[in-house]
Design a protein around this ligand. Sequence first.
Ligand code: CAA
Length: 240
Amino acid sequence: MSKVALVTGGSRGIGAAISKALKDAGYTVAANYAGNDEAAKAFTDETGIKTYKWSVADYDACAAGIKQVEEELGPIAVLVNNAGITRDAPFHKMTPQQWKEVIDTNLSGIFNMTHPLWPGLRDRKFGRIINISSINGQKGQFAQANYSAAKAGDLGFTKALAQEGARNNITVNAICPGYIATEMVMAVPEKVRESIIAQIPVGRLGEPEEIARCVVFLASDDAGFVTGATISANGGQYFA
Ligand code: CAA
C-alpha cells in the first residue's frame, strides 16, 4: 500500500508542485488549503488529488483535519508543512494584526499540524516531517520582520524536533526556498522583484518543481540518515 502524504497549502504555488511530485512518486496525497475553494477544485479536477479545507492557524481544526484524512486515506507517514502567508510592511507601519497573522500561520501552524500527528508517527516508528521555511528566515528581509521571525522559528523547531524523532525513525527537515515564481513573489512590486532577481547568481526565479524535488528526496526511505537539516534552494542568493 502506498504511503499517505499530507501537504498544507497544497493546492497552490509551491505546495501544488509538492503535492503533484509526491503523487508522481507513488504517495497517496492529501492537499490541505485554507480559503481558495475555486483553486482547490481546479487542482483536484486537474490532478485527482483530494483537497481538505482548514486553517493551519487553528489547532483544533488541524487535529480534526488530520483525523479525517487518516480515516479516509490511512495513517499519514509524510507531513509537508508548506502553508504560509505574507503581510509585508516596513516595521514602523506593521500592525499587531499583521504580526499575529503571520506568526499564527507560518510558525504556530507547523506546531498545530505536527503536534496532533506526532503520537501516531511515534507509535508507527516512521515519519517524515518537512518544513518549508524560507531564505528570508535565514537572512532576514526588509518589510518582513513578521515573516522572517516565523520562518527562522521554523528552523529552530526543525532542529529541536529532529532530536526527539530520531529514535523512532522520524526525520524532521527544513527546506529554505529562495525566490520562486509563485503568486506570492509575483505580488511583490515589479521594480522590487527585478532588484531581487539581480541578486540571484543563477539569474532567474526558481521553479516550484525545484522545491518539490527536494521534498521527494527528504520524504524517501533513502533520506533516513538526513534529519535536522536545512536544504537551501535559492539559486546561490544566500549561503547559510
Ligand atoms: N532595503 C532597503 N530599503 C528598502 C528595501 C530594501 N530591501 N525595500 C524597500 N526599501 C525602501 C524603499 O526604497 C522606500 O524608501 P524611500 O521611502 O526612501 O523611498 C521604503 O523602503 C519603502 O517605504 P514605503 O513607505 O513606500 O513602503 P510601503 O509601505 O509602500 O511598503 C513594501 C512597500 C511592502 C516594503 C514593498 O516594497 C515590498 O513588498 N517589498 C518586498 C518585500 C519582500 O521582498 N518580500 C518578499 C515576498 S516573497 C516571499 O516572502 C517568499 C519567500 O519566502 C522568499
